[in-house]
Design a binder for this molecule. Structure first.
Ligand code: NAP
Length: 481
């Protein structure tokens, strides 16, 4: 049972030591069962400053470590994640709720990010620029930014951290991590793994507690040179504002509102398979989840019918159960938000094709749902649903659907199903999204830049672009040669 896992640690990791709180703590609950898994410290400004001091002191030591040694440590971390994958996945499912197979996949992709950045750092080259004047050499070099503050969400509590630790550790930065309060154990496990494989004390520090107090301490401290955040757009905007006072670098992976567009010429089966994974993975709680389905009139009825049938076959249950496709929502307030969106659509005349009710398993569960005849007057057509509800609208022509798809402040992921290759290029030119899946519903890989445009964020994670946010670029001009 996960409660016995040696990776379930009820302490914070600061300066290489595990620190427990005397009085205040955060209770961690299994969203599937309501079982209390344990507690973690509720630390504040004092401990956050301690963690920043540890990271600041360690930075010159870690940054000066020979590259080969840093890479070797990262490879060990990668291997340790995979060696302990079952145990880490069980812990993730216990605190987050996703099916075990998805949790194991999350641990694997987290390990893959670490390996990717350990490889990519070998290619983080500088430049020599031809000088316009004789007797000069002009060079561009890259340097780690320094101490990085990382704030992560509950929906991918392990892999979201991997995307931040991967580039930070590769370039030589030290870190202070503040994980989501609902899923702290998966993050604290990274502290244990880092300790076991031999990262210097103070390289990774992890603090749990009230988000505002910890974040404000990180933001106000001049020693923290970069903030990387994954979470809601509202909190991201607060952090961007706070970053101004000390002019920190920021990377922001924020909310999404992904359109999923199916043209008449699409392969129906392919579109349905893509829709299932883009909609129902993690019970619809991913930032790249399909949020608005736009289906062209010629294929609309067939798409709605088939998606309804497939959705009815999804097995809902505790993520530890065999064959389970969908677990609970993270908490009761997520459940209430999903219920309210569906109820609003019902009142305004949408058709419920399947689901549309709370699930009998309890107050964190919602039935996998398909709703058709959705219109733009319904909240579900504009808000991030973050639940297992497919909201489908019908469209007639390409210009209209592009206009509708772009009519949002968000710009993270978009999906298009078509077999018209010329249209594919038009979609790439005109859809205002940072990532576009064409005939693919699952597009995240370590080799490519993940990130949004507009109010979905700043910067990229993964790919070769994922390193640059953790590097300062310097120009050096050598004269008198
Ligand atoms: P959230 O409420 O913004 O929380 C994310 C993190 O920020 C948590 O660690 C949270 O701490 C902390 N936080 C909360 N209030 C804060 C404040 N005032 N100042 C500083 N930190 C604060 O988001 P969420 O509900 O956990 O996550 C869902 C959102 O994340 C969705 O919008 C989703 O689209 C987005 N997301 C984006 C990506 C991406 O890559 N673009 C990936 C995953 C998720 P506590 O847990 O202690 O409250």
């Amino acid at each position: 049972m996960t409660t016995m896992s040696r990776y379930k640690i009820d302490a914070n990791f600061i300066g290489g030591e595990w620190k427990r709180s005397g009085d205040k703590s955060i209770t961690v609950t299994n969203p599937a069962t309501g079982e209390i898994l344990g507690t973690v410290p509720s630390f504040g400004a004092t401990e956050t400053r301690e963690a920043i001091s540890a990271a600041y002191k360690t930075f010159p030591v870690y940054a000066a470590m020979p590259l080969g040694e840093r890479i070797a440590l990262m490879r060990k971390l990668h291997d340790a994640l995979l060696d302990n994958r079952s145990e880490l996945a069980a812990l993730l499912t216990a605190e987050q709720g996703k099916p075990l197979a998805e949790a194991a996949g999350e641990i694997s992709i987290g390990a893959a990010y670490i390996l990717w950045f350990a490889e990519e750092i070998r290619r983080a080259k500088g430049e020599i620029i031809p000088a316009a004047t004789p007797g000069r050499r002009m060079m561009v070099t890259h340097h780690p930014v320094g101490v990085v503050g990382a704030i992560t969400p509950w929906n991918f509590p392990s892999s979201m951290l991997a995307r931040k630790l991967g580039p930070a550790l590769a370039v030589g930065c030290t870190t202070v991590v503040k994980p989501a309060s609902q899923t702290p154990y998966s993050a604290l496990a990274w502290g244990k793994l880092a300790e076991e494989v031999g990262f210097p004390a103070g390289t990774i520090n992890i603090v749990t507690g009230p988000p505002r107090e910890i974040a404000e301490t990180l933001m106000a401290d001049k020693r923290v040179r970069k903030i990387t955040f994954t979470g809601s757009t509202n909190v991201g905007k607060i952090l961007i504002r706070q970053s101004a006072d000390t002019v920190k670098k920021v990377s922001m992976e924020l909310g999404g509102n992904a359109p999923f567009i199916v043209f008449d010429d699409a392969d129906l089966n392919q579109a349905i398979e893509g829709a299932l994974v883009a909609k129902y993975r993690n019970s619809g709680q991913t930032c790249v989840c399909a949020n608005r389905f736009y289906v062209q009139s010629g294929i609309y009825d067939a798409f709605v019918k088939k998606l309804t049938q497939k959705t009815q076959n999804l097995i809902v249950g505790d993520g530890t159960g065999a064959g389970v496709d969908q677990g609970p929502l993270i908490d009761e307030s997520a459940f209430k938000k999903v219920s309210a969106l569906v109820d609003d659509a019902k009142v305004k005349g949408a058709t419920i094709n399947t689901g549309g009710h709370p699930h009998h398993l309890g107050r964190t569960w919602y039935e996998p749902t398909v709703i058709s005849n959705v219109t733009t007057t319904m909240r579900i057509a504009t808000e991030e649903i973050f639940g297992p509800v497919a909201a489908i609208m019908c469209f007639e022509n390409e210009d209209d659907v592009i206009e509708a798809a772009n009519d949002t402040d968000f710009g993270l992921a978009a999906y298009v199903y078509t077999n018209n290759m010329v249209r594919v290029f038009r979609m790439n030119d005109r859809l205002q999204y940072g990532m576009i899946g064409i005939n693919e519903g699952l597009i995240t890989t370590v080799e490519t830049p993940f990130g949004g445009i507009k109010e979905s964020g700043l910067g990229k994670e993964g790919g070769s672009q994922g390193l640059s946010d953790y590097l300062d670029t310097k120009y050096i001009c050598i004269g008198g040669i």
